[in-house]
Design a protein around this ligand. Structure first.
Ligand SMILES: C[S@@+](CC[C@H](N)C(=O)[O-])C[C@H]1O[C@@H](n2cnc3c(N)ncnc32)[C@H](O)[C@@H]1O
Length: 203
């Protein structure tokens, strides 16, 4: 992964995006901007749209879009943002990469049905061969945190349901381990990758 110098980060801070947010996206999704060159990209739960503004203003791609239930806050690339609930519908198609940072996975521990619909909408917005990247997926480090155990179980239910409708390849990658005050593993944050091979034909 390429690293930016503090100087270049400082230069970006006067741009239309927040360099710290962009850094968080790169670290969470384990990608370098080059991986996204000329791809069609959608950010679900983009908030103020910093990551999309970064991709557009650095000319990494001209096809970067953001969706959030809050209204867009920046007007430079206003045509690249839409307001709405991704659990209801997603007004984009043919995406190569759909990312969701601290948004799509947040309801996993409590609401299987609408989170499943959100995942399904995200897969429908992808082109065949495209990839959905969701962070964080929490995993237990042996402490049996109730919310995390629920989340792990619900994710399995959702992926099993999705596999009935789509040909997909899924994997998770450990990105970060949180430790407790004694330095012992507390819980883990994983990146979920769902590659869409295609949608299954209804029999
Ligand atoms: C914790 S913030 C993360 C923002 C950004 N992804 C980041 O990491 O900086 C979660 C964002 O997801 C949006 N969000 C949550 N649920 C949503 C939904 N169902 N549909 C659209 N946006 C949603 C919220 O409005 C909020 O802007």
């Amino acid at each position: 992964m390429s690293k930016e110098s503090p100087q270049s980060q400082a230069e970006h801070s006067s741009e239309s995006y927040d360099a710290e947010t962009v850094k968080r996206y790169k670290e969470s999704f384990l990608f370098a901007p080059e991986d996204l060159r000329n791809k069609r990209i959608l950010d679900l739960g983009c908030d103020s749209g910093d990551f999309i503004n970064f991709l557009l203003s650095e000319d990494i791609t001209s096809a970067a879009y953001g969706m959030d239930k809050r209204p867009p806050t920046q007007d430079e690339f206003v045509d690249h943002f839409s307001q709405g609930d991704f659990r209801e519908s997603i007004p984009y198609t043919d995406m190569d990469v759909v990312v969701s940072l601290a948004a799509l996975s947040l309801s996993l521990h409590e609401d299987v049905e609408s989170t499943y619909t959100a995942f399904k909408n995200a897969l429908d917005s992808l082109t065949n061969g495209g990839e959905l990247k969701v962070f964080p997926i929490f995993k237990d480090s042996g402490k049996e945190w109730e919310g995390i155990v629920d989340e792990e179980r619900n994710l399995l239910i959702i992926l099993e349901k999705l596999e009935k409708e789509y040909d997909i390849e899924t994997k998770t990658i450990l990105v970060e381990t949180e430790t407790d005050q004694n330095g012992k593993p507390d819980y883990e944050k994983h990146l979920l990758l769902v590659k869409k091979i295609g949608k299954k034909q209804k029999e």
